[in-house]
Ligand binder design. Structure first.
Ligand code: URA
Length: 256
């Protein structure tokens, strides 16, 4: 809302009176919607008193990644699924040294049903190779499961997910982390960092050291590959070695 209208004008909107009650009731409504979706009943937060970092105490039927991935297809916790081809869950081995968390599937990932198979994934592959990391040993996933985009002619242009969409998707990510059991996590970009470490965190302030994340796992924060793709050539050249160093650092710290 702040992007569209300064807060001082909000009180003039007739619907603004509803906001506090809507926000207060949102977790319960979200839980109800997820409970009604087949197979997805219990991973969502059930109400404001639940600690969102701990889903262990919730009665969970989602015991495998395949079950989680199937349940994601019925998620109605936010509207993004309505315009996406499918929900995209992560891929990779169980108990890896590192789990890499991106923002959301892009156009190619939405069609393929797999994370990081498009241009951002190709740049990530180059960086991983230079950092001496074997992609096959990693688990790759996203903070948000559905591709948020706007149509420009026939093109589907990426749109950054809103914080409420990131939070609506967070129970899936937390359950995925519990099932995958990575030693450490790398947040690629601010959206992933916020999903893992809390709203409002800033990438630049967090780079260079691990932070305690879900289940106490160390979370390293670095740039998202798409951010590097968008940088002007000279800035990309400056950022590239720092990005590779960040990835190598997290990988070395996680190595047995
Ligand atoms: N960007 C992401 O954050 N994730 C993907 O899977 C692809 C592009």
């Amino acid at each position: 809302m702040r992007q569209h209208m300064p807060a001082k004008y909000w009180r003039n909107l007739p619907e603004a009176a509803e906001i506090a009650a809507l926000v207060a009731a949102a977790p319960t409504r979200t839980a109800r919607m997820i409970e009604q979706a087949p197979g997805a009943r219990v991973v969502a937060p059930r109400g404001p008193r639940r600690n969102p970092d701990h889903v262990d105490d919730v009665d969970q039927p989602l015991r495998t990644l395949a079950e989680l991935s199937a349940a994601v297809q019925h998620c109605t916790a936010c509207p993004l699924a309505q315009h996406a081809t499918q929900g995209v869950s992560g891929s990779g081995p169980l108990r890896p040294p590192l789990m890499l968390v991106g923002e959301q599937p892009g156009d190619r990932e939405d069609l393929a049903g797999l994370p990081f198979v498009g241009p951002a994934g190709q740049l990530l592959d180059q960086a991983l190779a230079l950092a001496g990391i074997d992609r096959a040993q990693l688990y790759l996933t996203n903070a948000v499961r559905h591709f948020k985009h706007e149509l420009r002619g026939k093109r589907r242009l990426h749109k950054t997910p809103a914080q409420r969409e990131v939070m609506a998707c967070r129970p899936w990510l937390l359950r995925e982390i519990e099932l995958v059991q990575p030693q450490a996590i790398v947040a690629l970009g601010a959206t992933a960092a916020r999903a893992l470490l809390g709203p409002g965190v800033k990438l630049a302030a967090l780079r260079g050291q691990p932070w305690p994340g879900p289940g106490g796992r160390p979370v390293w924060v670095t740039w998202h590959p798409a951010a590097l793709l968008r940088l002007p050539a000279d800035e990309r050249q400056r950022t590239w070695p720092m990005w590779i160093a960040d990835l190598a650092h997290a990988s070395n710290a996680a190595a047995p």
